[in-house]
Write a protein that binds this ligand. Structure first.
Ligand code: GLY
Ligand code: MN
Ligand code: MN
Length: 459
């Protein structure tokens, strides 16, 4: 298993101390556990809780940490002797405690004696969540509003995890670099691939070869209009666009999240290029605006306006860009938000609902064009966000009778039908807010029409 370095242990201690400065009660965070596929030694891979990873640094299974005044107590059982046969020798509790800089270590059964007045975060994993709920004797639901000290703890953790420290940024750069390599491999293999799965395999091979995992289920599809498509069986044919949204996750859990869209033949058709340029203009305008103090919602609206303007210039929408955005016409083709927080998770900390994404006192809009805005805060140095404008022809939206009648005159449906070879385009990069403006951590992966065409055409 991966071992934290001494400097990482320092970072972990600083994070614990910074948490202690924000709360005046102890907290227990469970790591999560593996679940068996059919028999106990054949398990689904573990993904330890991101909150646990943030303070403990190691993806331990079936462990908990108690954080109190900057100190960490580790609760974990030594592996049973029989497990060595299937899983090899495991480090002892004391060895693990040394690796993460714990101040004390106990068997799991002793956790019961340390529960007084503790706050917690609901586990994402059902087995652990059941244990947690029973031990604490209170009803916790993942993704439901928290209350009392649990809410205070969540807000404190959000405060810390919103702004990445140097160790986190170093990990995020590693994830970004491998993500870039994976996308280049995908572009290179496309010419010789017959189905989506071959492109996915080439991309994930790079990630696996770096001893990383994917940070979410890869989307590699000629049906980019299905936003989180998880099918890979479609043939890829000249004339198709291939949308690849694939990200690497480091051993410590830090994520990359990148999308590129390229033409299977290597060359975009004129209609594909026209729409790609519209999405690119929204992407570039959004990134140019990123700096501390700017509202992320304004960046979203800027991207919506750029898309509306581009589609109006192509004759697909009728009207002035600002008016089109006002009436949510852009959302017919760009129904999601411009991006989200990125860190130990894609959609970082969305296990806490909108606590991280939305500044206190702000609520999600129920407007069609704003409801999927996942981040609504002023930007601060050290935040990592994605910028991911897109254009999609989603049948469920475009064939909806209510939308058809509401936007009957706003959309030139006949003109739109000329763009039938554009099902989905997204361009997504990971952007760090710096003191001055921003740094695109994934900039090494080209996205201009000619650069993307070159990468696919000359593998
Ligand atoms: N990869 C999921 C997303 O971009 O939101
Ligand atoms: Mn994303
Ligand atoms: Mn993505």
């Amino acid at each position: 298993m991966f071992r934290p370095t001494l400097s990482l242990i320092d970072t972990l201690r600083q994070r614990r101390q910074r948490l202690a400065n924000l709360i005046n009660f102890p907290a227990i965070i469970w790591s999560g556990q593996t679940s068996p596929r059919n028999f106990p030694a054949n398990v689904f891979p573990l993904r330890a809780s991101s909150h646990f990873l943030y303070f403990a640094g190691l993806p331990l299974s079936n462990a908990a940490i108690r954080l109190d005044t900057g100190k960490l107590q580790l609760f974990i059982d030594d592996a049973k002797p029989s497990s060595a046969l299937w899983h090899g020798e495991m480090p002892t509790r004391e060895e693990i405690a040394g690796q993460i800089g714990a101040d004390a270590a106990y068997p799991m059964a002793e956790l019961e004696s340390w529960l007084e007045s503790v706050a917690t975060i609901p586990s994402q994993d059902a087995g652990t969540w059941t244990q947690q709920t029973q031990l604490l004797n209170r009803w916790l639901l993942p993704q439901q509003p928290l209350a009392g000290i649990d809410l205070e703890l969540a807000n404190a953790i959000v405060n810390l995890r919103l702004i990445h420290d140097d160790a986190a940024i170093a990990e995020l750069r590693k994830a970004a670099a491998v993500t870039v390599k994976a996308h280049k491999a995908g572009m290179r293999v496309t010419k010789s691939a017959k189905i989506e799965a071959e492109v996915r395999a080439a991309m994930e091979a790079v990630i696996i070869a770096h001893n990383m995992t994917t940070s979410y289920s890869s989307i590699v599809t000629v049906h980019g209009e299905v936003l989180h498509n998880d099918k890979y069986h479609h043939p890829i044919q000249p004339g198709d666009l291939l949308l690849a949204d694939v990200g690497a996750e480091t051993e410590m859990g830090w994520a990359g999240d990148v999308t590129r869209t390229w033409a299977v033949s290597g060359k975009f058709s004129s209609t594909q290029r026209d729409i790609y340029e519209v999405v690119l203009a929204a992407h570039d305008a959004s990134i140019a605006k990123i700096r501390p103090g700017v509202e992320y919602r304004d960046i979203h609206l800027l991207a919506c306006t750029a898309i509306a303007e581009g589609l109006a210039n192509l004759g697909i929408l009728r009207g002035k860009a600002e008016d089109l955005v006002e009436m949510d016409a852009h959302a017919l083709f760009f129904p999601h938000g411009i991006g989200h927080l990125l860190g130990l998770d894609v959609h970082d900390m969305e296990d806490l609902g909108d606590l991280a994404g939305y500044e206190q006192g702000r609520l999600r809009s129920d407007r069609f064009g704003l409801g999927y805005l996942r981040l609504n805060r002023p930007l601060q140095p050290g935040m990592l966000v994605t910028i991911e404008p897109g254009f999609y022809q989603v049948p469920a939206i475009l064939n909806d009778p209510n939308f058809r009648s509401k936007y009957e005159k706003t959309v030139n449906w006949e003109r739109l039908s000329e763009f039938a070879d554009v099902r989905g385009i997204r361009i997504e990069n990971d952007v760090l807010v710096t003191n001055e403006a921003s740094e695109v951590l994934t900039a090494a992966l080209p996205y201009s029409v000619s650069d993307v065409e070159n990468l696919v055409t000359n593998p």
